[in-house]
Design a protein around this ligand. Structure first.
Ligand SMILES: *[C@@H]1O[C@H](CO)[C@@H](O)[C@H](O)[C@H]1NC(C)=O
Ligand SMILES: *[C@@H]1O[C@H](CO)[C@@H](O)[C@H](O)[C@H]1NC(C)=O
Ligand SMILES: *[C@@H]1O[C@H](CO)[C@@H](O)[C@H](O)[C@H]1NC(C)=O
Length: 306
């Protein structure tokens, strides 16, 4: 079977090299083996394009929605890269080998947002790469026409694409606030007001904005496990408002008082920290110290962002 395939492909190649072959004909022949390979029922499953999930819904600035359903490709050395905005990024090996590699480098996931700006499109959950999945970050830059301009792999199985388009040339074209529905703009206004009135910390501000972007569909909610891992042991020590922080501090102080009285009742000494290791953690100094430290840190951040 393989031998016959090879002979067939050799014929195709020889035909393409014929004296009459122009650039256009050559291009066509390059594409053929891939199409042939994709339809080949004997191909191993791994070299077929099988998305792990559906893409996220189209989101972001409305004037970019017209890119959905279109695809833009770039041939670089051995590979053809294809970027289908709001859908996927794929890679196709340009070769006559019967088992030419084609792979998914990411499926549309979410926007990267910073400083009230849509910075990049993240395409995740591509083909497996060791224990992870291939993923791609696509940056949109101003250009004369829609064009996939550059592809690189800054770290293993993480691809960086640059997509040029006239759609992002206006300085406001990638701003987040104007893209939001009115209700969410009003929510953002309120968040800004609360920050200005010092009702929330800058940490709380970031959290509320993230939730807002999630509700707008720009960002995907973090998976439970991820957020649990990120917060680690500090869960419960982060507060969105000074009020809730003070309340938690009060409750903890009360609990310490109660535990101390229980210890006293049973005649157990708790004043000497050297005696037991647990008394160190329960000492009233630690939480107070942490609280002031956190507040000081927040004020510092506020100074930076205002
Ligand atoms: C990638 O997206 C394009 C455009 O929507 C679609 O036609 C194609 O089937 C997708 N490819 C994969 C492997 O999902
Ligand atoms: C944030 O965006 C504004 C314009 O929207 C720009 O002037 C400013 O330099 C940006 N700041 C950072 C840190 O990127
Ligand atoms: C979270 O982690 C547990 C084990 O630690 C696992 O069983 C569960 O499937 C994970 N859930 C998600 C959404 O990843």
């Amino acid at each position: 079977m393989a031998a016959r395939l090879a002979r067939f492909l050799l014929l195709v190649r020889l035909a393409a090299r014929g004296p009459a072959s122009a650039g256009a004909a050559k291009m066509k022949v390059v594409e053929e083996p891939n199409t042939f390979g994709l339809n080949n029922p004997f191909l191993p499953q791994t070299s077929r394009l099988q998305p792990k999930r559906d893409p996220s819904p189209v989101s972001g600035p409305a004037h970019l929605f017209r890119l959905s359903g279109k695809c833009f490709s770039l041939v670089e050395s051995m590979y053809k890269y294809e970027f289908c905005p709001f859908h996927n990024v794929t890679q196709h090996e340009q070769t006559f080998r019967w088992n030419a590699y084609s792979g998914i480098l990411g499926i549309w996931h979410e926007w990267e947002i910073a400083n009230n700006t849509f910075k990049a499109m993240w395409m995740k959950d591509g083909d497996s790469c060791r224990s992870r999945s291939r993923q791609s970050k696509v940056e949109l830059t101003c250009g004369k026409s829609n064009r996939l301009a550059r592809v690189s792999e800054p770290s293993t199985c993480v691809y960086a694409l640059t997509f040029e388009t006239p759609l992002v040339c206006h300085p406001h074209s990638l701003l987040v606030y104007p893209a939001l529905p009115t209700a969410l703009q009003q929510r953002w206004d309120q968040v800004e007001q609360n920050l200005a009135d010092e009702l929330i910390t800058s940490q709380g501000y970031e959290k509320l904005l993230r939730a807002l972007f999630e509700d707008a569909g720009y960002l995907k909610a973090l998976e439970e496990n991820d957020s649990a891992q990120q917060e680690g042991g500090t869960q419960g020590l982060e507060f969105e408002t000074l009020e809730s922080c003070n309340k938690a501090h009060k409750e903890l102080s009360k609990e310490i008082k109660r535990l101390k009285s229980v210890l006293t009742q049973h005649g157990i000494s708790y004043t000497k920290p050297a005696e037991t290791s647990s008394s160190e953690h329960l000492g009233s100094k630690t939480p107070t110290h942490r609280t002031t430290e956190q507040l000081r840190g927040d004020l510092g951040l506020r100074g930076d962002t205002l």
